[in-house]
Design a protein around this ligand. Structure first.
Ligand SMILES: Nc1nc2c(ncn2[C@@H]2O[C@H](COP(=O)(O)OP(=O)(O)OP(=O)(O)O)[C@@H](O)[C@H]2O)c(=O)[nH]1
Ligand SMILES: [Zn+2]
Length: 211
């Protein structure tokens, strides 16, 4: 079979990334569309600064949506360890970069995630990895929040999961309503986090400046 792959963009790590290279057929096809789009926008796609732009955009878009090729549950399962620890584990300030599915413009900010182990803990890096796996797709912030919660709950089966995401949406800043400073917060909880005290502890931990 012809190898249509070039230019590694992902880590080759335990097969997390099924397609870990740019696909040359896709790159060529998306590039061709962007050459046309540049013309439609009144630009000259042949001028020096733009000559490679369609290909760059094609690769950037593949990178920005590479989450479709990742299996978040598999990422979590690859580092689950039996451990007798039943206090809340909080990973906060995880950078999020995603693209809204309505305008294909970026939204970005931070995710704060907690779980209460129920026999198993997970390798800490896997939490930001699954954030990325879901964020690097066309998304809405609400679905991103729920997908992260559900993945952790179903895979790790902890006593509870909490996810809070705060993001700025470029479609609300650079265009449309043009609000430069608005931040959208979404949250999703399971299990123990239904209790006010547990939820309050999580919210205190993510807002506290412990450094
Ligand atoms: N709920 C939600 N809405 C989003 C998200 N990202 C973008 N949107 C909104 O999606 C909506 C799409 O609405 P439309 O009225 O079809 O699009 P539009 O005419 O471009 O709307 P304006 O942005 O108000 O100009 C807008 O209100 C966006 O602000 C998201 O993550 N969650
Ligand atoms: Zn949008």
């Amino acid at each position: 079979m012809e190898d249509h792959t070039i230019d590694n963009f992902g880590e080759e790590n335990e097969g997390y990334i099924k397609i870990d290279r740019y696909n040359t057929v896709k790159t060529r096809s998306i590039s061709n569309h962007y050459t046309d789009i540049l013309s439609q926008l009144g630009e000259n796609p042949q001028r020096e600064g733009l000559i490679k732009t369609p290909e760059r955009v094609a690769k950037a878009l593949q990178y920005l949506t590479h989450g479709y090729d990742l299996d978040p549950a598999k990422i979590l399962r690859s580092a689950m360890f039996k451990e007798d620890y039943s206090q809340m584990v909080v990973v906060k300030d995880i950078e999020v970069y995603s693209m809204c599915e309505h305008h294909m413009l970026p939204f970005f900010g931070k995710a704060h995630i907690a779980y209460i182990p129920n026999g198993h803990i997970v390798g800490l890096s896997k939490i930001p990895r699954i954030v990325d796996a879901f964020a690097r797709r066309l998304q809405v912030q609400e679905r991103l929040t729920n997908e992260i919660r559900d993945c952790i709950q179903e895979t790790l089966q902890p006593a509870g999961v909490a996810v809070v995401i705060e993001c700025q949406h470029m479609c609300m800043a650079m265009r449309g309503i043009q609000k430069q400073n608005s931040v959208t917060t979404t949250s999703a909880f399971t299990g123990e986090f239904a209790h006010d005290r547990t939820r309050a502890e999580f919210l205190r931990l993510i807002t506290a400046n412990l450094h």
